[in-house]
Design a protein around this ligand. Structure first.
Ligand SMILES: Cc1cc2nc3c(=O)[nH]c(=O)nc-3n(C[C@H](O)[C@H](O)[C@H](O)COP(=O)(O)OP(=O)(O)OC[C@H]3O[C@@H](n4cnc5c(N)ncnc54)[C@H](O)[C@@H]3O)c2cc1C
Length: 268
């Protein structure tokens, strides 16, 4: 039984510039927030897992960055596109975005990306993420649930501090109520930090718990499809661990949120 599907479907519509508005913002921590961006015109269809590129003007220059959509496609016309974004304090895009008032105009292009679910895939879905990399998986789960066609899912999300776990309440509720066949596996990498004082769940980086998560959830390499999203170092580490555990390479899909750092130059 082979479940190898090549990425042959053409899913991205012709990209165009669209006028959009920031319609809502909900802050999770000082540097994490949920943004709802709505097209001023008709919504554009997308597949869960795809991203939109949003743009804001700062000092007369248009800055643009890609963000995975966390909302379900059927909500694009009403609520818009939900994005879960970390403020990176480097004075580029996110610092400008954080200053943008709700109701302000912005740009949005998309969708793009091939990090999407395969049709009719009966395998268990192992979703592995760091930080905001949970976003595309939330879209996938919400959409599959709305379609009444859930996929058996294990979702790993690693953060530094427990208060950074995006969509935690929603995911815990889906798991607790059985509304979706989900095992939610959050982990915090800095258990000793006072910010994590109340945390009683798993600890350690994603790389160090993914093997035990696979074991605890009885995942079998030949019946599991793996999607990994977020920090590129984590993605490469998790991928090589899964290869070691016998997961075939074509069962693994990846979405890197930034380029892998070049190897540090040797100290002269
Ligand atoms: C396909 C794709 C989807 C993306 N989806 C998201 C998303 O859903 N949410 C999101 O917050 N970002 C996402 N990103 C990253 C995003 O596009 C920006 O790079 C990020 O918001 C930082 O923008 P910046 O201009 O402030 O800094 P940049 O100059 O663009 O980045 C500076 C540095 O910040 C770090 N960094 C970038 N993004 C993150 C992050 N999310 N968490 C922690 N550190 C980071 C990296 O080390 C990077 O080199 C995605 C990137 C890609 C390629």
């Amino acid at each position: 039984m082979s479940h190898h599907h090549a990425d042959t479907r053409v899913v991205s519509v012709e990209s165009e510039h669209y006028n959009a508005t920031l319609v809502r913002r909900v802050d999770q921590t000082a540097d994490l927030a949920y943004f709802q961006v709505r097209f001023d015109g008709a919504p554009v269809p997308f597949e869960p897992g795809q991203y939109m590129t949003i743009g804001v003007y700062a000092n007369g220059r248009l800055l643009q960055r890609p963000y995975s959509v966390a909302s379900a496609p059927q909500d694009a016309g009403t609520d818009g596109y939900e994005l879960f974004i970390r403020l990176v304090p480097v004075a580029r895009f996110t610092t400008a975005l954080w200053r943008l008032p709700v109701g302000h105009h912005m740009r949005m292009i998309g969708p793009k990306g091939r990090f999407i679910l395969e049709p009719d895939d009966r395998r268990t879905h192992l979703f592995v993420s760091t930080g905001t990399g949970v976003a595309p998986f939330v879209s996938m789960i919400r959409e599959r649930m709305a379609q009444g066609a859930p996929r058996r899912t294990v979702l790993v999300n690693g953060v530094s501090y427990a208060d950074e776990l995006g969509y935690r309440e929603e995911l815990e509720r889906l798991e607790r109520t059985g509304a979706y066949p989900l095992r939610y596996v959050p982990t915090v990498s800095r258990p000793q930090d006072p910010r994590n004082a109340d945390w009683t769940g798993r600890t350690g980086r994603v790389e160090s718990i993914v093997e035990s998560a696979c074991h605890d959830c009885h995942l079998r390499p030949d019946r599991t499809v793996v999607y990994i999203c977020g920090n590129p170092e984590m993605i490469l580490n998790v991928e090589s661990q899964l290869m070691r555990l016998g997961y075939p390479e074509f069962h693994v899909k990846k979405e890197l949120y930034w380029p892998k750092a070049k190897r540090a130059a040797p100290v002269a």
